[in-house]
Write a protein that binds this ligand. Sequence first.
Ligand code: ADP
Ligand code: DP6
Length: 203
Amino acid sequence: MEVNKISEKINSSPSCILLFSGKRKSGKDYITDIILERIKRENAVMLKISAPIKSYWAETHDLQFDDLMGAGEYKEKYRQDMIKWSEGVRRQNYGYFCEAAVKMFKAHEKPIWIVSDIRRKTDLKWFKENYGSAVKTIRVVADEGIRKQRGWIFTEGVDDAETECDLDDVLEWDWKIINNSNESELEKQIQDILSAIENIMHL
Ligand SMILES: Nc1ncnc2c1ncn2[C@@H]1O[C@H](COP(=O)(O)OP(=O)(O)O)[C@@H](O)[C@H]1O
Ligand SMILES: C[C@@](O)(CCOP(=O)(O)OP(=O)(O)O)CC(=O)O
C-alpha cells in the first residue's frame, strides 16, 4: 500500500464536524446512530476511521468487511493485528486513515460530518489542521460496570494500548456525554448537541 498516495486537495468545507471518542462499549456507535437519525439525511454523513482499515484487512485476509464493521465478536479476533498494521501506516502518515475515511464516505458531499471513532491525538490534530473551527469534539463516557454489562472484557494489548488510551489525558472536549443507560439524561445531552448544530447551520 502506498501510504502517501492520497494527496488530492480537499475542496469544499464542511460546516460542522463532530468527532466522537470514548472507550470500548461506552456507546459511541449507539449515540452517533441516534444523532445521524435526527439530522436530515441530506445534511449529514457518518464516517468511521476504522472503515478503510477494515476494508484493507478484509481484502487482504479474505474476511467479511460487513462483519468487521459490526458490533459482534467477529472483529475481536482481528483487532490486535489491525491495530498493529494500522499503527505502522500511521507512523508514516498520521492522517492517512482520516483522509481515507473522508474519501471512502464521500464526506465532502454533506455539510455535517459525524466521526464515530476518534482514538488518537493525531486524529484530532488532522481534523483541526484541515477543518479548523468546524471541528467539535465529544467524549462519550460510561461507568466500567455498565461497559461490562454491554459486553466489554478487559483485553491486554487492546485496552491498555494507544488505540484505547491516547485520548485519556485530553481534558478539553466541546461536550462530554455520560452514557450510563439513563435514557432521559442521554436525551438531554443529545439535544444540546443537536441545538448547537442547528445554530451553526443557521449562522
Ligand atoms: N444508552 C444506551 N441504552 C441502551 N443500550 C446502549 C446504550 N448505549 C450503548 N448501548 C448498547 O451497548 C452496546 C455497546 O455500544 P456501542 O455503541 O457499540 O459502543 P462503542 O461503539 O463505544 O464500542 C451496544 O449493543 C449498544 O446498543
Ligand atoms: C483497528 C481499529 O480501527 C479497530 C477498531 O474497531 P471498532 O471501531 O469497530 O472498535 P470498537 O467500536 O471500539 O469496538 C482500532 C484502531 O487502532 O484504529
